[in-house]
Write a protein that binds this ligand. Structure first.
Ligand code: ADP
Ligand code: MG
Length: 909
């Protein structure tokens, strides 16, 4: 059984029928049976022009959609709650339900009432669930965001040894057919899910029994659907072989056991939700361990890679660099940024493409012009395969393929051969099947309806039979017009009109007064009365009736023929599914490449060098998002260099960045992390020069983001994340720590920051940037050889602080807190008093030159001393400490308290 883990709705099953409560109607019996088979979904039960919901489903849906809850019939002696949505507006309602995390089983009528009656007067229309609509399996254009992939993740695990489990993750994007797999240890699960940003997580139920894995999955955000193994289920390999129609799995690039388990789980979920329809998936594409940069979920969130901390895509890294012109290009760009590469040669190949398109300015413009015409045809293909496509999807395929050929031709025009990736894309684009383009162009009319059932999408002249039926249909319509004229003149009623409605079909209508004559001889011999309205009467005639059936049958036959033509065109299209997917992928790739080239030209970005060293040298680096935001306000961004080791000998350099609040520390830290991501994603970077030894793991702990939703204090979160960094970062990692220790009392915080820095220097040896307001930490440079001090330059102008946003070597001489407070508008007396106090504190400080650094043994030495052996501190200090309530203090107050504590401590000695 499957049940959604998200808190939203337990779709309570309707109460079972009680034998004493009277007979259950056949329809209700059918409903109850279908509902019992889909307990985890809202059941949309088709009744004519409506989908109706009953019982708890009706209550949940009426609440969620704000639609009226009514009653229909009785069950066990009680009224049955009911609500309904019109079929033609079902998409809107589905969209809202999906957005709220609901799942919907769509149950259709599989025959018309006449067919049902043939089986007996009391038979109910046969109904079946044709599809489960879930957040991760939608394909409708209106339900999807164009530039954003919509993945679902399937997670399984296999035992590797006695107590070691390996996790497999399969990601499927049904709307485009993308299919990826990878395997990992439990610790990396959260990061891999964050990379994919799935809208639904399917998981083997047994995994949820593992408390840790369960917590990672439920904490990931999207709804989690645990699936229990059913007895007699086919093996994982069998399921995959069967889906892809291959005899063995050898072609799948040696998927591991965990990967196959996850892939098979994904397939079984598709089979269940699509009710047997098979979207054209690519073979599972395997990503080996170590192929891409690992970025944990917290780091992704902190660096605002695809979304800002507020959850918006605007303001994220991806949106700041996205100059793609097609939705699939936008999706590919986001995917590349989510998975920066490790292999220098693969990175260089992407960069070669960008460089070439920068060099070929005119060509790039032509390509971008052509790209503007490219529709989202990968998604159109999936809809067609799932029998959900319409005439516009066929048109989309035709235009997409045409565009692919146009762009291939543009690339061909270049005097020199494009670099390998562009050349490959060009050859795939060139292979877009011309016969299919021609067929679809011949088939499709200029104006296309959304729905194929609306007909009239086949071009005149494409099919002789169709043209004939249409002529008949239209000619009969002309005959009706002449009939109206004839009747009008014969009866002398000029206002006589022939009209049509669904109830009566064709009829003629005359004013009441004239109508009275029609029911008298001689007119009543021709005119047969049908209806009397207020002020009008309606009639028909034998001739009109005959004409009507002629028109109806011609129109019906025309539509049936159009639908046949649609089906055969769809089948022809699907035969070319691989070529179409290739062309779509090629266009997306060219789009991304051209987007990056365009960006590099417009913003003066440069080609980074990524290699296998441990170097990290950035000259003239900028923050891509902040620079663009400042540019919009007409302000300049101050570029800054960053060097964390120029050769492997200096591997593992750490830099402490100090400077007052608002000086630009956080921006500086992030920009260097973002440049590493961009470089390894194969993009040009916002820097004059960048040389980066490929970063295998990126860690960032920035700011103290609130995490109250998960019930953890911000300090706890900060520590959990810091622990993750200290436990995992290595020689190839890049670590960004911003204001660690800020969430607790000053001494605590300082001590934790101090110890963490020592550990990073001695044990992790990662390239590290560490911004801090603890000036004491700068003294560490005297003891740790690979640690340098950087500071954000500021100047004082008439007592006001001016931020230069410039990074310089050295430590900040003071914190400028009071100047910042002045900028913030604190009352003047408070500022003066603070200035006075500060002067006193600083005097005290100078009176006792004992530097804190001398009092503290280095990490290695400290580790040997037991905590009990350390000085417990003097009573006055302890008293003062106990009196503090760190959670209520502002940073300024905390700093003041720190000075005060140090003064007390000094006085005691
Ligand atoms: P800090 O972390 O030191 O408190 P931030 O990094 O948050 O400071 O930066 C504060 C503000 O200063 C930013 O919002 C930005 O507007 C501006 N800023 C930061 N760095 C630069 C820069 N290099 N050039 C121009 N403005 C900058
Ligand atoms: Mg900051």
């Amino acid at each position: 059984m499957v049940s959604p883990m998200s808190a939203q709705v337990p779709y309570a099953a309707p109460p079972p029928a009680r034998p004493d409560a009277g007979p259950v109607t056949p329809m209700m019996a059918q409903y109850l049976e279908i509902k019992a088979a889909n307990p985890d979904c809202l059941l949309f039960y088709r009744m004519g022009d409506f989908y109706e919901l009953f019982f708890a489903d009706a209550e949940a849906a009426s609440r969620a959609l704000g639609i009226v809850l009514t009653k229909r019939g009785r069950h066990n002696g009680d009224d049955i709650p009911m609500c309904g949505v019109p079929v033609e507006r079902a998409d809107d309602y589905l969209q809202r339900l999906i957005a709220l995390g609901h799942r919907v089983a769509v149950c259709e009528q599989m025959e018309n009432p006449a067919e049902a009656r043939k089986r007996g007067a009391k038979s109910v229309v046969r109904r079946d669930v044709v599809r489960l609509v879930t957040p991760g399996t939608i394909t409708e254009e209106r339900l999807l965001e164009p530039g954003r992939a919509n993945w679902f993740a399937a997670i399984a695990r296999v035992r590797e040894s006695e107590d070691i489990w390996v996790y497999g993750l399969a990601g499927v994007e049904i709307s485009t057919g993308a299919f990826v797999v990878c395997e990992m240890a439990q610790g990396a699960l959260g990061g891999e899910i964050a990379r994919l940003e799935p809208s639904e997580i399917i998981v083997a139920a047994s995994v949820m029994e593992d408390a840790q894995a369960g917590a990672v999955l439920t904490g990931a955000g999207p709804p989690v659907v645990p699936v229990a193994r059913e007895t007699g289920e086919v093996s994982n390999d069998r399921r995959l072989e069967d889906y892809f129609g291959v005899a063995t799995l050898d072609g799948f690039g040696q998927l591991t056991r965990a990967e196959r388990a996850a892939a098979s789980l994904a397939i079984s979920y598709i089979e269940r939700t699509q009710a047997g329809q098979r979207p054209p998936l690519s073979f599972p594409q395997r990503r080996g361990r170590g192929e891409v940069m690992e970025i944990d979920a917290a780091t992704r969130a902190n660096l605002e890679i695809t979304r800002t901390l507020a959850g918006k895509s605007e303001g994220s890294l991806v949106s700041a660099i996205d100059m793609t012109l097609t939705p699939s290009g936008g999706r590919l760009l986001a995917a590349r940024i989510a998975s920066p590469l490790m292999e220098p040669q693969a990175i260089a190949q992407r960069l070669d493409g960008v460089e070439w398109l920068i060099a070929h300015n005119g060509l790039r413009e032509d390509i971008r012009l052509a790209l503007r015409a490219a529709p989202d045809f990968a998604r159109a293909l999936s809809r067609l395969a799932l029998q959900r496509g319409g005439p516009r999807d066929l048109a989309s395929i035709r235009e997409g393929l045409t565009c692919a050929r146009d762009i291939a031709a543009v690339l061909n025009r270049a005097g020199d051969e494009p670099p390998v990736q562009l050349a490959q894309a060009a050859s795939l684009a060139r292979a877009a099947p011309p016969a299919l383009i021609e067929h679809l162009s011949g088939l499709l009319a200029q104006e296309l309806p959304l729905n194929r059932r609306d007909g009239n999408f086949v071009r005149e002249g494409f099919n002789a039979d169709l043209d004939e039926l249409r002529a008949l249909r239209d000619a009969s319509r002309k005959v009706i017009a002449s009939l109206q004229a004839r009747y009008a003149s014969e009866t002398g009623v000029k206002t006589l009109r022939i009209k049509h409605n669904n109830m009566l079909g064709y009829f003629l209508e005359v004013p009441q007064a004239a109508g009275e004559n029609f029911v008298q001889p001689p007119l009543n011999a021709t005119f047969i009365h049908r209806q009397t309205m207020a002020g009008a009467m309606r009639f028909t005639t034998t001739e009109l009736g005959e004409l009507e059936s002629k028109i109806a049958s011609a129109a019906d036959r025309a539509l049936a023929l159009e639908l046949d033509l649609f089906d055969s065109a769809a089948a022809r299209t699907l035969e070319q599914a691989q070529a179409i997917k290739d062309a779509a992928d090629a266009l997306a790739m060219i789009d991304v490449c051209a987007s990056n080239a365009e960006l590099a030209v417009r913003r003066n970005w440069s080609r980074p060098l990524v290699d296998g060293s441990l170097t990290f040298i950035i000259e003239g680096g900028r923050h891509p998002v902040v620079e663009a935001a400042l540019a919009r306000q007409g302000k300049a961004f101050v570029a800054n260099a960053c060097t964390l080791g120029v050769a492997d000998a200096q591997a593992g350099q750490l830099a402490i960045v100090t400077g007052p609040n608002m000086a630009g520390k956080s921006i500086y830290l992030r920009q260097n992390a973002l440049i590493a991501i961009l470089a390894q994603a194969g993009c040009y970077v916002p820097a004059a020069n960048a040389h980066i030894g490929a970063v295998d793991r990126l860690f960032s702990r920035v700011g103290a983001a609130d995490d109250l939703a998960r019930g953890r204090s911000t300090f706890m979160v900060e520590m959990v994340e810091t622990a993750a960094i200290l436990n995992q970062a290595g020689l190839r990692s890049l670590v960004i720590l911003d204001e660690i220790g800020r969430g607790t009392a000053t001494f605590d915080g300082l001590s934790i920051a101090w110890a963490a820095l020592e550990y990073l220097h001695e044990i992790n040896r990662s390239r590290t940037l560490f911004a801090t307001h603890f000036h004491e930490l700068t003294q560490l440079a005297a003891k740790l050889p690979r640690l340098v001090n950087l500071t954000m330059r500021v100047t004082d102008w008439k007592g006001e602080v001016i931020f230069l946003h410039e990074v310089a070597h050295g430590a900040a001489d003071r914190s400028y807190g009071i100047q910042v407070a002045r900028l913030a508008g604190l009352p003047r007396v408070v500022l003066e008093r603070a200035q006075h106090l500060l002067a006193q504190f600083e005097d005290n400080e100078r009176a006792r030159p004992g530097r804190i650094v001398d009092d503290l043994p280095l990490f290695a030495a400290a580790a040997r001393t037991t905590p009990a052996a350390q000085d417990a501190g003097s009573p006055a200090v302890l008293e003062a400490l106990a009196a503090l309530s760190p959670d209520e203090m502002s940073p300024r107050e905390a700093l003041d308290a720190l000075y005060e504590l140090r003064r007390l401590a000094a006085a005691q000695k």
